[in-house]
Design a protein around this ligand. Structure first.
Ligand SMILES: Nc1ncnc2c1ncn2[C@@H]1O[C@H](COP(=O)(O)OP(=O)(O)OP(=O)(O)O)[C@@H](O)[C@H]1O
Ligand SMILES: [Mg+2]
Length: 611
């Protein structure tokens, strides 16, 4: 586990400070919103400002109308000249409010969509830059999961923020009207609403804590869902009769989560209802007081109407302000994860002013006393590794499972940095080179290479995305790796969709996939070629063909080869035998055989099985 993820697994304790602190998340997110859609943000703000003052304006016009009518009826005076214009004005205000509210909805929809798209791409971009270590750390997945959900769910917060501005202005304008009449009345109204607000935030926070604590379980559920319904596991699932077992496990976990969620919802229902009642009491208390003053003849009918409307409006809006605000605070808490995810920085990066990779490589790679242990696990996977890989050389790595062969590849390709010693390329530490430039010179196919659910051509072109449309080179690479024969048999040849995920896809055998993956490495035309058990699934004839070609194609280049098949290994110029993270023997096949050590022993063991 890396240090920047260590503390994140403590669910935050429901404290006010934490809640307020989370509000600090809002500005960076607003910056993202702004970056995602500046034009829409501005229009939305303008619409909201205009809509927010409509209620108080309407109430005031209503008051003028009612007072005029009352005067007209009780004192038989003429209606004022502008009377009918007032009626028209009220109608106009109502229309404007409706139209702008619609425009607002429109802006919200567009903004939500833009923001979601923006965040999703940023998460993908960021994830692609992170160290491999991050992806081997479960707490990182929890964090990324939460961040991903936030990308799509937090859109609400943005809409709420717009609404908050509108509600605040409406409230202030209505409250000003009430304040003018009686400051105490306003005070009473506010005091009755505050508890509801506190309750809201409290439960929002509990909701967040619960959600946070539930993430690992939810990921378990996702995993079970995937295992229970994927092509890769379907065979074993059936034959081992795993269905009921997986369903049972899924049910147990989801039941537990459900109980927790309902528990919280119940408490929220009870206390929330209680506190809202208090708010209603505030409203009716003030309302009754205003009626009383009117009956006593201290207020006109128009004033009564205005105040009744203002109190009702203010009361609803104050509650709305508080609940929107606490909604935002709640969302802000969730943003912690999003921002935390973005703050995970890759540690394996290019230095400023990094060197370009040497072209051509003259002296090759040199491991100098390299030792390595994986982050979070002190056990030394490699120690004191010394060897060179020079231009024109084909070096093979052999050793039993778990001896560190793949780890050496990860170090050579700088997916990890050694914990001891150094790896030199042309006499310069690997860390001095520009990463991306270095990677351009390395073609590597890992044991667990990826089978992309894309077309055959794309599966190869992925080896060099810059030239993805270059079908000539793709075919050429396919020819070299013997993938050509596989592809020619497909109904749509190079345009054939591979894999079972999408419509019309065709799945390949393990060996066929391997030939396709191999083409990817050839397409790259890199100076270093690394194959980590590239032929494990190939039949004997294919393997022999592949290696004859490999020998031709890599002449003059550096090649590092890992294989458990000694028929393959023996063609290397030099063989390194790994045991317990150390190189225990080194040399060409014949010499190692003569030496009669570990290599000879392993070779004989395998050969004996064929006799
Ligand atoms: N990401 C990781 N985190 C912690 N330990 C790891 C990680 N990857 C590998 N290891 C450990 O490092 C050791 C060497 O692993 P490595 O994958 O290099 O072996 P290998 O020689 O390639 O084996 P195989 O022949 O099975 O491919 C193993 O004991 C393994 O448990
Ligand atoms: Mg391996």
């Amino acid at each position: 586990m890396s240090p920047d993820t260590q503390n994140s697994e403590q669910p935050p304790r429901p404290k006010w400070q934490a809640r307020l602190k989370a509000l600090r998340n809002i500005p960076p997110v607003f910056r993202m919103v702004w970056e995602a859609a500046p034009g829409i943000v501005v229009s939305s703000l303008i619409f909201r400002l205009l809509v927010s003052v409509v209620p108080v304006a309407m109430l005031w016009v209503t008051k003028l109308i009612i007072d005029a009518v009352y005067q007209h009826l009780s004192a038989h005076s003429a209606l004022p000249g502008i009377f009918w214009w007032l009626v028209v004005l009220e109608f106009a205000l109502a229309s404007v409010a409706t139209i702008f509210a619609r425009a607002n909805d429109f802006c919200d929809t567009v903004l939500a969509d833009r923001f979601t798209r923006y965040i999703s791409t940023r998460i993908m971009e960021h994830a692609s830059r992170l160290d491999l270590t991050s992806f081997e750390d479960p707490s990182f997945y929890d964090k990324m999961d939460r961040a991903r959900v936030q990308g799509t769910d937090r859109v609400m917060m943005i809409q709420m923020s717009g609404r908050l501005i509108q509600e605040v202005i409406t409230t202030v304008s209505l409250a000003a009207g009430i304040f003018f009449f009686s400051p105490w009345l306003l005070f009473f109204l506010v005091v009755c609403v505050v508890p509801a607000f506190l309750g809201e935030t409290h439960f929002a926070f509990l909701g967040y804590s619960l959600n946070f604590a539930q993430t690992p379980d939810r990921r378990q559920l996702d995993y079970l869902r995937i295992v229970g319904g994927s092509k890769d596991s379907a065979k074993e699932l059936k034959l081992f009769g795993l269905g009921p077992f997986l369903v049972g496990r899924y049910r147990a976990i989801s039941d537990r989560l459900h109980r927790q969620t309902v528990d919280l919802a119940k408490r929220k229902l009870f206390f929330g209802a209680l506190l809202t009642l208090l708010g209603t009491l505030g409203y009716y208390g003030t309302y009754a007081y205003v009626i009383y003053r009117t009956v006593m003849g201290e207020l006109t009918l128009g004033q009564l109407t205005f105040l009744a409307g203002a109190i009702a409006g203010a009361s609803t809006n104050i509650q709305a302000v508080f609940s929107t605000f606490s909604g935002i605070a709640d969302q802000a808490l969730f943003l912690t994860d999003l921002l935390e995810f973005f703050s995970v920085k890759p540690r394996i990066v290019s230095k400023p002013n990094a060197l370009a990779a040497p072209r051509p490589i003259r002296r090759g790679f040199e491991f100098v006393n390299v030792g390595f242990s994986y982050p979070g696990n002190p056990r030394k996977v490699l120690s004191n590794i010394n060897f060179t890989l020079e231009p024109g050389q084909r070096v093979a790595l052999v050793g039993e499972n778990g001896q560190g062969k793949t780890t050496i590849v990860k170090l050579l390709t700088r997916l990890y940095d050694p914990t001891e010693g150094a790896i030199l390329l042309d006499g310069v530490d690997l860390r001095e080179y520009d990463l991306e430039d270095l990677w351009k010179e390395i073609g590597v196919i890992f044991q667990d290479f990826v089978r992309y659910d894309m077309t055959a051509a794309e599966n190869i072109a992925i080896g060099k995305v810059e030239g993805a449309n270059d079908i000539f080179h793709v075919r050429n690479a396919a020819m070299k790796s013997l993938a050509e024969g596989v592809i020619k048999r497909l109904p749509r040849e190079y345009d054939q969709q591979l894999g079972c995920r999408f419509d019309g896809g065709v799945d390949l055998s393990g060996g066929e996939w391997q030939k396709i993956a191999l083409a990817r490495a050839y397409l790259r035309d890199a100076q270093v070629l690394i194959l980590d058990e590239p032929t494990a699934s190939l039949d004997a004839k294919s393997e022999s063909d592949v290696f004859h070609r490999f020998a031709e194609l890599t002449s003059g280049k550096m090649a590092l080869l890992i294989s458990h098949r000694f028929s393959t290994v023996r063609m290397a110029d030099r063989i390194l035998v790994l045991a317990d993270g150390k190189i225990v023997e080194e040399g060409p096949h014949d010499r190692l055989m003569l030496a009669g050590g570990r290599y000879a022993e392993m070779f004989e063991l395998q050969a004996a099985n064929y006799r």
